[in-house]
Design a protein around this ligand. Structure first.
Ligand SMILES: [Mg+2]
Length: 153
């Protein structure tokens, strides 16, 4: 398996409810810290504009839902219909994982790099465990575990 160097995170439906209501997903702080502990780079790969994202990140940090480094997280600039991992500077697509709740954004040919985040959906329950499920997948992709497979299905 190619060594994973980057985790690319979707925002809406994955880390928070959406850019309007901005409810943090349960376990967000610990999830972000765990990502950062596993790979060299954690980046945002979202349809939300950076100018909209930064204030959301500021608020999440201010309210204690995200670690302080999340304010300055690398933000991937991209265009097109899918989240082509080639847009992440300095790495090959095989060296990146895309955490996203929405299959339609997975770039053709990069399905193996996709970790399907369970959709964080209304009414945004306090006992949502989606980020824990994603973290298990990340651990399987970033360390060798007997019998483990990267990704879902
Ligand atoms: Mg999403």
């Amino acid at each position: 398996m190619t060594k994973i160097k980057v985790i690319a995170l979707d925002l809406e439906g994955t880390l928070i409810s959406n850019a309007m209501s901005q409810f943090p997903r349960p376990g967000l702080y610990a999830f972000l810290e765990a990502c950062r502990g596993r790979v060299e780079r954690v980046v945002m790969f979202t349809t939300v504009k950076e100018s909209v994202f930064r204030p959301i990140a500021d608020l999440l940090v201010a309210e204690g839902h995200a670690p302080s480094w999340f304010r300055d997280i690398e933000f991937v600039t991209w265009e097109g219909a899918t989240k082509n991992l080639d847009w992440i500077p300095g790495v090959q697509p095989e060296e990146a994982l895309l955490v996203d709740d929405f299959e339609i954004y997975v770039h053709p040919g990069q399905e193996a790099q996709w970790l399907r985040a369970p959709f964080f959906d209304w009414p945004y329950p306090d006992d949502d465990t989606g980020l824990g499920i994603v973290l298990e997948m990340i651990l399987n992709c970033t360390e060798r575990r007997p019998g483990s497979t990267c990704g879902v299905e």
